[in-house]
Ligand binder design. Structure first.
Ligand SMILES: Nc1c(C(=O)O)ncn1[C@@H]1O[C@H](COP(=O)(O)O)[C@@H](O)[C@H]1O
Length: 143
């Protein structure tokens, strides 16, 4: 099982690092790409049509990226709004307000950590071992 972590610009790398740190911790395989739905729509379409299990799309400003990926796949897409301007409220609203029929899961502004954990929860539906790791993670948090 593999996750695609895609960001709209290299300037979002600090958020992508939060995502990959958690995926590494859980031993989840992933690829990282930079692709903008506005600047390079063909690349975004090609990536969205690849056989990943979950997509994590990181974007600031108008943040079309998660929704455009969702337009090309029926796999789960998790959007991470980035605080590039307006404290990230612009990106949060863009990602949360997809039209009915094309859902994107949204986490908090800059919250790459939760995006990774949500992706792991989705993968854990088919991977008992990952489920156990999530239980242990929660246990450590409680302690
Ligand atoms: N939201 C998008 C998309 C997209 O949605 O396709 N492409 C770039 N961006 C965002 O523009 C911001 C500024 O990008 P630059 O720093 O490259 O100017 C970034 O936060 C990026 O995610």
């Amino acid at each position: 099982m593999k996750v695609l972590v895609v960001m709209g610009s290299r300037s979002d790398s600090h958020i992508a690092e939060k995502v990959t740190a958690v995926l590494d911790e859980f031993g989840v395989e992933y690829d990282v790409e930079v692709a903008s739905a506005h600047r390079n729509p063909k690349k975004v379409e090609e990536l969205a049509k690849k056989d990943y299990d979950v997509f994590i799309a990181i974007a600031g400003l108008s943040a079309a990226l998660p929704g455009v990926i969702a337009a090309h796949t029926v796999k789960q897409v998790i959007g991470v709004p980035v605080s590039a301007k307006l404290n990230g409220l612009d990106a949060l609203l863009s990602i949360a307000q997809l039209p009915p029929g094309v859902p994107v899961a949204t986490v908090g502004i800059d919250n790459g950590k939760n995006a990774a954990l949500l992706a792991i929860e989705i993968l854990a539906l088919k991977d008992e071992n990952l489920g156990k790791k999530l239980e242990e993670y929660r246990e450590r948090m409680r302690a």
